[in-house]
Design a protein around this ligand. Sequence first.
Ligand code: DP6
Length: 347
Amino acid sequence: MTFTPVELEVDTRVEIGSEAVAVAHPNIALVKYWGKRDETLALPVTGSLSMTLDIYPTTTTVRLIEGPSDVVELNGSTATGASYARVARFLDLIRARSGRSEHALVVSANTGPTGAGLASSASGFAALAGAAAAAYGLGADARALSRLARRGSGSASRSIFGGFVVWHAGEGEGEAGDLSSYAEPIGGEALDPALIVAVTDHQEKAVSSREAMRRTCASSPLYPGWAGDSALALDEMRKAIERRDLPAVGEIAERNALGMHASMLMARPPIRYLSPQSIAVLDAVLALRADGIAAYATIDAGPNVTVLCARADEDRVAATLRAVGDFVDTRTAHLGPGATLVPGGDR
Ligand code: DP6
């Protein structure tokens, strides 16, 4: 694909009251992003590959307001502290790009568990990037939006697109790194799997993924091994998706996720997201495979496990996971759409 150098166009007619609404869905990585080579630009150490889901959408409205600061409402409560600062910093970036100084009212509602390792920051920052760019008159194409969303939360770069998505690590540092590190869809929808989200815990995690990946990169002797293997896994995964080989996709995804958690376990101090409930779900996945069902687990930065399987097996897999204990709730997801602007916003 060719790269378009002029990706951001500013509409200078924007004024106070300009409003846009965007919807984005979470994604679950089958080859994980874990570790940044540049914190400020959110440039990853490795490329990653995900599947955008059709559940748990986030809807975000951004309106330009008169006032001394941004106002942020997340799931019905006014945001303060670190979560406020993260959104305000992201808006600063949009303001810098659009050459505008107005503050904004941001109202965001997330339908999935927040901060529990179920990609709420991915859908959140993808929706925010789409709505804020539109409200500030920043005509960004999808690739530019993906790069912008990346600055809010790395995994959000992938939620700009639907289906299977690769986020390129990109090359180099500074502007070269920024320009080359974006996500793009890779097709492969013919595989059309199911992903069963086994929620064992709705709690916000104790260590944020941001802090956990920082610590893993800085101190885990297993991290370089995982990162090197991940590059190979990404290559193999693309081929497996292309040839619709669900067992290969599942095996690569499970190994990559367990390796990421292994690298965290050897950080100083160690990070352990897996709970006894996660292990019980992982055991159920092994039992399903022993019964001849192609089911494979992946786990993000939290205790919840998601299980990849064929659509034909989704009910059986979900029932088996629920039978692990009454602490397990399941939601079944399929390939979902990319971020969209809701018509009827001001712009
Ligand atoms: C385990 O995108 O939440 O879900 O860039 O620091 O905001 P920041 O991290 P974030 O990390 C996601 C990590 C992961 C794996 C993945 O989604 O690829």
